[in-house]
Design a protein around this ligand. Structure first.
Ligand code: SAM
Length: 285
């Protein structure tokens, strides 16, 4: 069964979700040695309620619409995409955007709490009923059958995978749900600049004026630990894998994508150090 519009309880009652403790965590837990947490499965514990809700409250969706522009929508329309799979739904920002632009959209996340939040948000923003599927990327095809014109994995989400095996597995699963001429769009923070240019480049990223700040607290080749600070002084962390741009391009090629274009902050031309984000557009055909 692919498409089920799932209110919160359905998501939480889902067989796969049942395996996890469906307790909505309110505090993050990185244990005694946070720098030792380099684990693909840890993402579910990192997106706790307070963090997710504050982020959505402050990084207003309208402002996000404005700063992102219509880059993804234009790209998908140019390629004639109609059916899109959002594999990193999070709180639903991109899924709702796609639905509003007329795409037939299915929304996947590995975290049932995130899907519940996205479902709620979609109802609140325009009364949309999100078609959600609870699935981990690594086993996506177990739960999602069907052929999509495009898969999107946005908001620096791929960074949550900590082993190459997991990355290859996830990309292979994305490849498999695409039609023969389908498209994968995946974005990432510019970790090369942070890793290579030393401490000076580890600047604080501000969102929504100065309201939310993201600061790389610790970085090595295997871990980028970011600290997020909110106006009420609450702090949250994400442990992420610092993906190098050309490494991701190589993996995309190796799983079979034929053409990969990489944009820097939505521009086709850029010097490598400048963009905060890279966007890879990978074509299967
Ligand atoms: N695209 C949204 C945005 O930009 O607002 C949300 C992105 S959020 C940073 C990343 C999402 O990816 C989280 O909701 C997390 O649960 C999900 N995620 C991380 N690793 C995953 C995995 N292995 N399988 C499925 N979902 C995963």
């Amino acid at each position: 069964e692919l498409d089920h519009a799932t209110p919160q309880t359905d998501v939480l009652d889902d067989g796969a979700a049942g395996k996890d403790a469906v307790v909505v965590a309110t505090a993050q837990s990185f244990g005694d040695d946070p720098l030792a947490i380099r684990d693909t499965d840890h993402y579910k514990q990192e997106y706790v309620k307070g963090f997710v809700e504050k982020w959505d409250e402050l990084i207003d969706w309208k402002k996000r619409y404005e700063s992102e522009g219509s880059f993804f929508i234009d790209l998908l329309k140019e390629r004639g995409a109609k059916r899109v799979l959002d594999v990193a739904t999070g709180t639903g920002f991109h899924s709702v955007r796609l639905i509003e632009a007329g795409f037939e959209t299915v929304s996947v996340d590995g975290s049932p709490e995130m899907l519940a939040k996205a479902f709620e948000n979609a109802k609140a923003y325009g009364g949309h009923i999100l078609r959600t599927v609870h699935a981990d990327w690594r086993w996506l095809n177990r739960d999602v059958h069907g052929e999509f014109d495009a898969v999107i994995c946005l908001g620096n989400s791929f960074t949550h995978l900590f082993s190459e095996r997991d990355r290859r597995k996830a990309l292979a699963e994305f490849y498999a749900v695409l039609k023969h001429d389908g498209l994968l769009i995946i974005d990432q923070r510019n970790y090369d600049a942070i890793l290579d240019n030393g401490f000076s480049s580890k600047h604080t990223y501000y969102y929504c004026g100065e309201a939310v700040s993201a600061r790389p607290e610790y970085v090595d080749e295997g871990l980028a630990r970011f600290q997020y600070t909110f106006p009420d002084s609450s702090e949250y962390y994400l442990n992420m894998f610092p993906l190098r741009k050309n490494y991701v391009r190589r993996l995309l090629r190796e799983v079979g994508f034929q053409r990969i274009d990489t944009y820097g902050d939505f521009q086709a031309t850029y010097s490598d150090d400048e963009p905060d984000f890279f966007i890879h557009v990978a074509e299967k055909y």
